[in-house]
Design a protein. Structure first.
Length: 429
């Protein structure tokens, strides 16, 4: 960053700060949802429109960044080494998340004594979730990795099939050697255009956050928070403990300031609290990690893979809510059953990005696989699911940003001076 650019950043009016704009918009959304709950359905399209605009660009951005990043490395062996390190890291951290979630929910027992009859949940929303839920076999999981067609991968927007196609294209581009240079240059130009488009879309971020949070508060309101307040409180504390005990420890071990990193991507973390969609900030996280001095090829490979396989916050959600539902319906899970549940969640959480639907559908699929907790019991948490996702989605985003820097450090693919200087300076304009 030049001296002139730094000066412009310092002189930038405070009201142009995106973090502040999103925060103010969310507070206004809470006020509107509380005062005029009937406007909830009218507010929902604002949040959905913003998320759809970003999702429109996520798949091509993943393709362009992965292809350009890997093809610029020029060495397939290094790509394989990075992928193996990343997957091992993801497996370890998500396992820690599941264990922490199970331990805390067993100690706290927020659902104990509720004695809910699952048969009472028979409305359309519960029926829709239970009908969508299905047990996913390992063979089906492998099939979900491969798109039915190249166009279908981009049309559906699922991360894993797009990532798979991008990797194949990048390795093929490596294989043809110098002949692929014009294609690489063209992809780099398209990437710059896509990021410029994201800049246009982010102008609407405060409006999207306002609509999403107004809908959530207006639709479910304070009554949902009060009725299941103990679960919400326990889960928020669980997410905070994971950040402090696991992510902070990892960051400290690798010489990274987690507080400064969280501040650096603060606008994105605030935004996903409102939208409950990690995809809505993928392009911005991608750009900011490269601005921190992380090698472009490593960001291109590790970040999309993390979005597909590294769902730290979602694993906390699966573990906490599954045991909570068992407690609420009066099922006393043995240690063996909980370990079996943990093993199944390790599998279903990895397939989450390849399954159409939200985390609650994947949760219902997990319950179907265990065949112990009634799937209909998910109706108990439908009212607070958005409140819970407002906690676990930021954990997912922060966990993936940290994971990318950690893997880059292991590969010596970080400019340490740039990383330290940028984290101290704060987020760019």
């Amino acid at each position: 960053m030049t001296d002139a650019a730094i000066a412009r950043k310092v002189r930038r009016p405070f009201y142009r700060d995106l973090s502040l704009q999103i925060l103010v918009a969310m507070l206004l959304g809470v006020a509107v949802g509380t005062i005029w709950p009937g406007s909830a359905d009218a507010m929902k399209p604002l949040g959905d429109l913003f998320i759809r605009l970003v999702r429109m660009l996520v798949a091509p951005i993943i393709f362009c960044t992965v292809v350009h990043g890997i093809s610029s490395v020029g060495e397939a062996k290094r790509v394989g080494r990075v992928a193996i390190k990343a997957l091992i890291y993801f497996e370890i951290v998500t396992t820690l998340a599941l264990v922490l979630g199970l331990v805390l929910v067993n100690l706290w027992q927020p659902g104990a004594g509720m004695n809910i009859d699952p048969a009472t949940f028979t409305d359309r929303s519960v029926t829709s979730v239970t009908e969508t839920a299905r047990v996913i076999s390992f063979g089906e999981f492998l099939l979900n990795l491969v798109p039915s067609s190249a166009v279908g991968a981009f049309a559906d927007g699922d991360v894993i099939p797009v990532l798979f196609f991008s990797l194949m294209f990048a390795f093929a581009l490596l294989a043809i050697g110098p002949k692929g240079k014009p294609v690489i240059d063209g992809i780099q130009t398209i990437t710059q255009i896509l990021f410029k488009m994201i800049g246009f879309v982010m102008v609407l971020a405060p409006l999207g956050a306002f609509g999403a949070i107004a809908y959530t508060v207006g639709k479910f309101g304070p009554s949902s928070l009060l009725s299941l307040g103990e679960l919400v409180l326990e889960f928020y504390i669980c997410c905070a403990l994971f950040v402090v005990l696991v992510l902070w420890s990892i960051a400290r071990w690798f010489g990274i300031s987690l507080v400064r990193l969280a501040r650096y991507i603060g606008a994105e973390l605030i935004l996903v609290v409102g939208t409950s969609s990690s995809e809505s900030v993928f392009p911005r996280i991608n750009a900011k990690l490269r601005a921190l001095g992380v090698d472009e090829s490593l960001v291109a490979l590790v970040l999309p893979t993390g979005y597909a396989f590294n769902h730290d916050g979602t694993c906390l959600y699966f573990a906490t809510v599954s045991v909570f539902l068992a407690q609420a319906v009066g099922i006393d899970l043995t240690l063996g059953q909980q370990l079996g549940l943990l093993a199944i969640m390790l599998f279903t959480s990895k397939g989450g990005a390849g399954v159409a639907g939200s985390a609650i559908v994947i949760l219902a699929s997990t319950l179907s696989a265990t065949n112990i907790i009634p799937v209909a019991a998910v109706g108990l948490i439908l009212g607070v699911h958005r409140l819970l996702s407002s906690a676990f989605v930021p954990v997912n985003v922060l966990g993936n940003a940290l994971a990318t820097i950690v893997i880059a450090k292991l590969e010596r693919g970080v400019d340490e001076k740039t990383l330290d200087a940028e984290l101290k300076r704060g987020a760019p304009a």
